[in-house]
Design a protein around this ligand. Structure first.
Ligand code: RUG
Length: 830
């Protein structure tokens, strides 16, 4: 970044910043210095938090030299970079990741011992920054990890929410949300720059005047403003000396408080502007795939993109930047529609501040953005009422109208006389109220539009954005999601990592395709035995975690069947629950001899959006069923259900490596990609899944014999829905289904209270939008195949190994390569 240049002849000011020595002694010294001078305590009187803070800062110190070096190198040779715009980054804990990146794990462990401390205990003290809801935010975190590992120039831009995703607790089986005050113990990984404030404006009106050159100029006269404060978080590459930046914005008031009003005794009014401003970055919206039409959310979106674009133009680029060269300098990647307001913001800056004409600004802007769509649910595509936009961002609304005018003229030219098409494609929709369709705006303004898995991209092209793909077929592409092998294999699964490294060498961590070399070992009984030992060790580890964290006692030697993801009807947690109830009903009715049942533990992890009533009812039902089945002696310990509260990245890292079976059972055509599915396969779980999202590609790669496919395909779903779907027909014609539903409906799991499950059961029988009942029998059949396959442990291990060996494709490094080659066209490693 540009900053004041300080001329000094002192060697320390001239030379490169040097990292502390990579030795146990060096580490101990740095650690004690941080503890004494940073935390202000001697070791003997330090608390666990003091020790954690000092450790985190020590490791951060090792990163800092590389970070400054990376920034200097990039400044000296400016190339096109990526501005990754994302309202969410679900980072997970930072300490282990930073230790791995700097190759300091062993040194840190030893150094802590020297100080009489346990590294592992300090690890547990870290509160993970939950600045995202689920897959979308975690994807952003994986992507920036990969970009650093590939030495790609990227700044991740986002919001520094004071409260991240809520902490989930259960009270009498019902979800209760507790605020996530993740910063309360201090944030050792961020560096604040309160001096680099960015003004962001809202409201007001637009004034126009004709200038001397005869052209009209606009001035936005806003009503109120806030300041964006920059927080930098380092994003280390894996053992390559590169450290990129994640820049998060916090909103503060332009004037902290009004002293005159305060002195007059009106304390609440004195801090009002401060409260209004700080609310903008106060809390992450706990929504996943359904937008909430909240003004504050639009404020958040505009706030962070305005700060980010300003930051890029004014601080990252040279002062004499010619904005006409912007497309050679930057590509802003829009992670879903949340940052799309950045498009009219760049236009506004180019026209009103840099004095370009609309046409000039539009020609530049259209080359500076690319859009990733993460959903297929039409209701999840964001729209903003025109009335709200006019009130909050009047100048942007004008620009959007102008963009729309130019765009619709193009549509009319290409499709003369097709006014219906014009209406369908318009950026402004009329129903149910006049509103801005953010996905349309993004598509119109972007160089490329991509979906997140093959099937999803195809459905985007053919269905959701069909008119657009007809007009600009070359604009549409696919980049299948990926996950970082550093966090989700190397760190999360040290036992498997050791086995892989011992077998094929260490290169797989930065080049995951190399795990394919394990394929031949699937045939080796000795390797299979070692692989089973790894799984068993991971099961022991998760049992200890769940006992400590949740007081849950997992049975031993069970098939571990895991369904972890946000609670959403389309993901069909209810299908899993019906399967469990069917097994249980079989046992208690005497149809199923418990001796013949495969011992199975089902683990659920799922948060429901606080306003999503049905999802919360499903959580309650899962907990109710769990408490009855887990305590019924007739089950003879063959079935166990665990639903630890507050599933998060930290728990995922422990749970996924232990799983035998990965549940990916969304209704075909509804899950854009999924990324949990990739993490499970890479850790040697077999998938039971529908032909949906990235499951399709997982199955193709691992082979039909190593994947339990079931259920309708997307065209079959569309066909059934077109013919008219009647769930009661399935209920009436399938005895097992009827008995499972009746058992729930009887109040058996809810203390005799039939009302307690009525909302869920009523919906399944008379609505069932996601065709749970239609796929029920196929799911049961596939689960029977699972049991048969699990009975042959040698064959199962072989399949599990092949899952690991054949899913190297799902590294987020590959996703990033695809973005670089197909969309961004940037250089790496210069
Ligand atoms: O639901 C999708 C997942 O299928 C996908 O894997 C993930 C990352 O691409 O994004 C999720 N998503 C979608 N989260 N929010 C949305 C709303 O558009």
């Amino acid at each position: 970044e540009r900053g004041p240049t300080l001329e000094s002849t002192h060697p320390l000011a001239l030379g490169p910043v040097t990292a502390p020595p990579h030795t146990v002694d060096g580490f101990v010294k740095e650690f004690l210095r941080e503890l004494n001078y940073g935390q202000g305590v001697p070791l003997s009187r330090s608390s666990l938090n003091d020790q954690y803070m000092a450790l985190a800062r020590t490791v951060r110190g090792y990163l800092t030299a590389r970070w400054l070096e990376t920034a200097t190198r990039r400044r000296q040779s400016p190339h096109k970079m990526v501005g990754y715009l994302s309202a969410e980054y679900l980072l997970g804990r930072q300490l282990d990741n930073a230790l791995l990146a700097t190759d300091l794990s062993a040194i840190a462990e030893e150094a802590m011992k020297v100080c009489g401390l346990e590294l592992d205990a300090l690890r547990q003290a870290e509160v993970e920054p939950g600045l995202g809801n689920g897959g979308l935010g975690r994807l952003a975190a994986c992507f920036i990890d990969s970009l650093a590992t590939m030495d790609a120039p990227c700044v991740g831009y986002g919001i520094r929410y004071e409260y991240g995703i809520f902490k989930q607790t259960f009270v009498d089986g019902r979800q209760v949300e507790v605020p996530d005050n993740w910063l309360s113990m201090g944030g050792p990984w961020e560096i604040a720059h309160p001096e680099m404030e960015v003004p962001v404006h809202f409201g007001g009106h637009v004034e126009r005047a004709t200038a001397d050159d005869g052209r009209e100029r606009c001035t936005w006269v806003p009503d109120w403003s806030v300041l964006g404060i920059r927080y930098n978080v380092m994003v280390p590459g894996y053992q390559n000396g590169v450290v990129n930046t994640l820049r998060l914005w916090r909103a503060i008031a332009t004037r902290a408080f009004d002293l005159d009003i305060f002195n007059a005794g009106d304390y609440a009014s004195a801090v009002r502007s401060q409260t209004v401003a700080e609310n903008i970055s106060k809390v992450l919206y706990p929504e996943d795939s359904t937008p909430q039409g909240k003004e504050l959310r639009l404020q958040q979106q505009y706030f962070f993109v305005a700060c980010s674009i300003f930051d890029f133009l004014k601080h990252t680029q040279p002062t004499d930047l010619d904005v006409r060269e912007l497309p050679e300098r930057i590509i802003f990647q829009l992670n879903d529609t949340h940052p799309v307001i950045g498009i009219p913001e760049l236009m506004r800056l180019l026209i009103d501040d840099y004095d370009l004409t609309f046409e000039e600004a539009w020609a530049i802007t259209k080359q500076c953005f690319a859009y990733t769509c993460h959903t297929l649910l039409p209701e999840a595509l964001e729209v903003w009422p025109v009335s709200l936009m006019e009130r909050l961002l009047p100048r942007h609304m004008e620009i959007i109208y102008q963009i729309n005018e130019v765009f619709l003229a193009e549509v009319r030219e290409q499709f003369p006389g097709d006014e219906l098409r014009v209406r369908r494609m318009s950026i402004i929709g009329d129903h149910p109220e006049r509103s801005v369709r953010m996905a349309h705006l993004a598509t119109v303004a972007s160089v490329k539009v991509n979906g997140v898995a093959e099937l999803h991209s195809q459905l985007l092209r053919d269905k959701v954005l069909a008119d657009f793909s007809e007009m600009w077929p070359e604009k549409f592409t696919n980049v299948t999601n990926g996950v970082t092998p550093r966090r989700f294999v190397r760190q999360a699964n040290p036992f498997l990592s050791k086995l892989i490294t011992d077998t094929i060498g260490v290169g797989w961590v930065a080049n995951l395709e190399r795990v394919r070399e394990l394929e031949t070992y699937a045939e080796d009984p000795e390797f299979r035995a070692k692989f089973r030992e790894v799984k068993a060790a991971n099961k022991t580890r998760i049992a200890a975690v769940l006992e400590r964290r949740d007081g849950i006692l997992l049975p031993e030697d069970h098939l571990l069947d895991v369904m972890v993801k946000r609670l959403h009807e389309y993901k069909r947690q209810m299908l899993k629950l019906l399967h469990i109830v069917t097994l249980y009903e079989g046992i208690i009715s005497g149809d199923l001899d418990p001796a013949t049942v495969t011992p199975r533990t089902v683990v659920f992890g799922a948060k429901a959006a606080p306003g999503y009533r049905m999802a919360k009812e499903i959580i309650f039902l899962i907990n109710s069923v769990a408490s009855v089945i887990n305590n019924d002696p007739r089950v003879q310990g063959k079935l166990f259900i665990a639903f630890p509260a507050n599933y998060n990245v930290t728990l995922a890292e422990r749970l996924i490596p232990a799983a035998d079976l990965s549940e990916q059972i969304s209704l075909a055509g509804k899950e854009a990609s999924g990324t949990g599915n990739m993490k499970f396969a890479l850790n040697g779980a077999l998938t039971i899944g529908t032909d949906d999202g990235a499951n399709v590609e997982i199955r193709k790669l691992v082979g039909d014999d190593n994947f339990f496919l079931f259920g309708m395909t997307e065209p079959e779903v569309a066909d059934l829905q077109a013919r008219g779907y009647r769930p009661t027909e399935y209920y009436e014609s399938n005895e097992k289904l009827r008995r499972a539903i009746n058992l729930i409906d009887s109040g058996h799991f809810t203390g005799g209270n039939r009302e307690a499950a009525s909302m869920v059961i009523g919906d399944l029988l008379y609505n069932d939008r996601f065709l749970v009942l239609a796929d029920y029998q196929a799911y049961l059949d596939a689960q029977a195949e699972v049991e048969a396959a699990y009975a042959d442990q040698e064959a199962w291990s072989r399949s599990a190994i092949l899952n690991v060996a054949r899913t190297g494709f799902f590294s987020s490094d590959r996703s990033m390569r695809d973005y670089i080659n197909r969309i961004w066209h940037i250089q790496t490693g210069f």
